[in-house]
Design a binder for this molecule. Sequence first.
Ligand code: ZN
Length: 191
Amino acid sequence: MRQTDYSRLAWLGGPLALDLANTLPLARPDTPLDLISTEEQLSAWLHRQAYRLPVPPPGLARFHGFRRLRDALFRAFAAVTSGEQLPREIVGALNSVSNRTPAQPRLLVLPDGLQVEYRGANPVDIALALVAASGVRLLGSGLNDLRRCPAPGCGLFFLGTPRRRWCSDACGARARSARHYARVAGGGPEH
Ligand SMILES: [Zn+2]
């Protein structure tokens, strides 16, 4: 499989939990490519997040841990953005990952510069706990800003504002032109 070019993914850089959920093909119907289907892809995603997340060494625990957490986050965000109740087992799964370690980092001043120290059980659990905690905070914070992009072919989760209805300008333009085309094709009045 070809290496995913994460530098071209404009949506990366949102809250950690959204960045992880959005790597599922289900979140991007128009580009149905699993962005974390291999260890290498997961490594690439983690390195893009290295400014806010420790990068644990590769291994089955890391790979399966991230994929399981991603599924739970996706199901949680999909439920709340469509007005459904959050399944209890999803709440339990997110809490148990989030509680695995006290993930508050510490700033260290070393001779060769500043460094972040994460305290906790092991690097995989620390990384998973930070992403799960990001999801827990989003889900528990009122949800008004959490949206799913309604543009045709898109389904990305993002944080909206009253004036931001789509995940990106490109999706806004596509949605407007699709509406325009539907009106013209249907012979309906322009308004
Ligand atoms: Zn979109």
